[in-house]
Design a protein around this ligand. Sequence first.
Ligand SMILES: [Zn+2]
Length: 277
Amino acid sequence: MRTPKVWVIGLALAALAGCGTAVAAAPTAPPSASPSPSASPSRSALPSGAPSPSDRPGLTAVRSSSAPSADRPRHRGPANSLMRTGKAGVALTFDDGPDPAQTPKLLDLLKKRHVKATFCVVGENVAAHPDLVRRIAAEGHTLCNHTWRHSLTLGKQKPSVIRADLQRTNDAIRAAAPGAEIKYMRAPGGNFTPAFVAEAADLGMTSIYWQVDPRDWDHPAGESGAAHRAKLIRSVKKHVGKGAIVLSHDYAQPDTIAAYETLIPWLQRRYKLIALP
Ligand SMILES: [Zn+2]
């Protein structure tokens, strides 16, 4: 369990990095350590890879309230969200898409390897690329609501505002893929709050966090693509285990897709890869 001091330092580092999804699989964290809530930049409606500076204040404010607590049950994320599949199978989850450049490549790879995964899609991107949402559903993957425009502070809003956002996103998903089931919700940045989780549950969605985060959004200055891919691969191999939910991004992260070309066969030799049911 992280101490508050470490948590504050983590926040500062994340803010400096200007982005952030979680630190669950940070190289210094032992596998049993509780992951930290985190935040990815508002990737929808942004040029590829451009972090949104406007996310930073919200990121800090929400993170401080959703810091790991000694009261949190083991294997549960913020506000009691799921970190694990509840089975032996490992679930790959891909966030922030669909991305017209990267998502088709990922879907091709998953099809070639006969892997089903879970896609946490952003409503604005769903509306822009409904064909890709249709393909995700048609190919047997699981859909997850990742809010309309990836607001890192949505969980702090009134329940009615949270609900309207989740409903709008579900409506867009169902308009794109009629009849699609949407059983999961992931808060942007993992910034779950009890109200967020409750509204999602009321709409029939289970809130999912993650156990493994290779920080594929994090591109330190000067890091080569090869080094980035190697870091991602190394991190997943080190931290994955039976039942893990693994977080990555298909939006604007070409190196992530390339890394999974290597990772998926490695994972398949050791684990059953499952879409969340
Ligand atoms: Zn995200």
